[in-house]
Design a protein around this ligand. Structure first.
Ligand code: RM4
Ligand code: MN
Ligand code: MN
Length: 407
């Protein structure tokens, strides 16, 4: 396998060069790609029906960091880890930061949790209960302090807020409570940091959701301040939504903060990125590459919950699938695309995109890994070495969620 891809690199490079692609520039962009993995993807997690204990699943934040460091060691492009508070809470943040750095990774986005406490039954920042709203704000302010202590530059917010029945609460009052809370919290975000506002169209609320779509999140970001931006979770849209179009709009407005990548077939399925939606992922990366410097600060994060699949292999595969989509986007012939678009050549323009999409970029990725001193095939490397077996033996199949998900 591996040799086949490496051996196929030279002809592919020739072919790309003949198409006018600057192969050296593409390679250097691929080497600089950065995909953040989530701590919660390494612990046990599942559906609302069952969490299946996985042998070797990380039992605490230290083990989650060790697993993330392992994924980075094999892929070379996953150097940071998102934390979920309080799932990953420790007493000594400086020590945790140091531990991460000793493993070769750093702490990425800090994700407050304002959805797993009894007081949040009717919502958090939008709840009709003032005490719940205050507790949620205080927790997010605490997370801003954690950002400072860990060197994180991202406060990543998602709210389970909404209602289940018409008339249950005032939609307008809830909107105003959301705006108030975001402004309060924003004042505590470190100057070097950004606030990312994530939306989701339904679940756990089924009638209204207080931040249901990108437009609402964007409107809030505009009200809150310059360093408030929208986070696009690829699993959080109604069927048929064109996510690339959302990405293009937000990029052009300078308000695309980051992504939570995953794949879905029906709802917020949190499956391995690019499995059900490889073309969608490609079109998203195409917009990112096309945006040039406007995409410079976008944070690329994975948000997945693996219930039946091996967690580490799933994470490695996710990182690889992001690399494939990015590589394909990088080799789009943008001059030909612009010419076809200007000429109104509908299918000519479309074919420029599909030509890149249908190119097998695995040899290119094998080559850059080889040049980075990595195994050209991270999945083969993972399957050949003993890390997963060793942690399964050491950690066992601990029952209960331990990752933060209800057990
Ligand atoms: C949500 C959302 C958030 C994640 C939680 C656990 O659906 O995607 O990003 O923090 O799940
Ligand atoms: Mn998410
Ligand atoms: Mn989600």
């Amino acid at each position: 396998m591996t040799d086949r891809f490496l051996a196929a690199y030279a002809p592919l490079a020739d072919q790309l060069a003949a198409r006018g692609v600057d192969v050296a520039a593409v390679k250097s962009a691929l080497k600089k790609q950065h995909i953040e993995t989530p701590s919660w993807g390494y612990g046990n997690s599942g559906t609302r029906f069952k969490v299946f204990a996985w042998p070797g699943a990380a039992r605490n934040v230290h083990e989650k960091l060790e697993d993330a460091a392992y994924v980075h060691k094999l892929t070379g492009v996953a150097p940071s880890v998102a934390l979920h508070i309080p799932w990953d809470k420790v007493d000594d943040w400086a020590a945790l930061r140091q531990y991460a750095e000793s493993l070769g990774v750093r702490i990425g986005a800090i994700n407050p949790n304002v959805f797993q406490d009894d007081q949040y039954k009717l919502g958090s920042v939008c709840s009709p209960n003032a005490a719940a709203r205050e507790a949620a704000i205080a927790h997010m302010v605490e997370c801003c302090e954690i950002m400072k202590a860990t060197g994180s530059t991202l406060l990543s917010l998602w709210f389970a807020d909404g209602t289940n029945y018409a008339g249950q609460d005032s939609i307008v009052a809830r909107k105003q409570r959301m705006e108030y809370a975001l402004k309060q919290v924003y004042a505590h975000v470190p100057e070097t940091g950004r606030m990312l506002i994530e939306y989701k169209f339904f679940e756990p609320a089924f009638y209204t959701t207080d931040l249901p779509d990108w437009g609402t999140a964007y409107a809030m970001a505009l009200k809150v301040g310059e360093r408030a931006e929208v986070l696009v979770d690829t699993g959080h849209h109604p069927q048929g939504t064109n996510i690339a179009a959302i990405v293009a709009f937000l990029l052009d407005e300078g308000r695309l903060g980051g992504f939570h990548f995953n794949a879905r077939q029906y709802a917020d399925d949190d499956l391995i990125v690019g499995t059900t939606n490889p073309f969608e992922l490609f079109t998203i990366f195409h917009e990112l590459v096309s945006a040039g410097p406007k995409a410079a600060n976008v944070a690329y994060m994975i948000d997945q919950s693996h219930n039946i699949e091996p967690k580490l292999e799933a994470m490695i595969q996710s990182v690889i699938n992001c690399q494939v989509a990015y590589a394909k986007a990088l080799i789009v012939d943008r001059a030909a695309l612009a010419a076809a678009q200007a000429a109104g050549d509908v299918l000519g323009a479309h074919n420029v995109l599909t030509d890149a999409y249908q190119t097998d970029v695995r040899p290119l990725l094998a080559q850059i890994r080889h040049e980075m001193g990595l195994h050209p095939d991270p999945i083969a490397a993972y399957r050949a070495d003993g890390y997963a077996r060793a942690v399964a033996e050491k950690r066992g199949a601990a029952s209960g969620a331990l990752g933060g998900y209800p057990g």
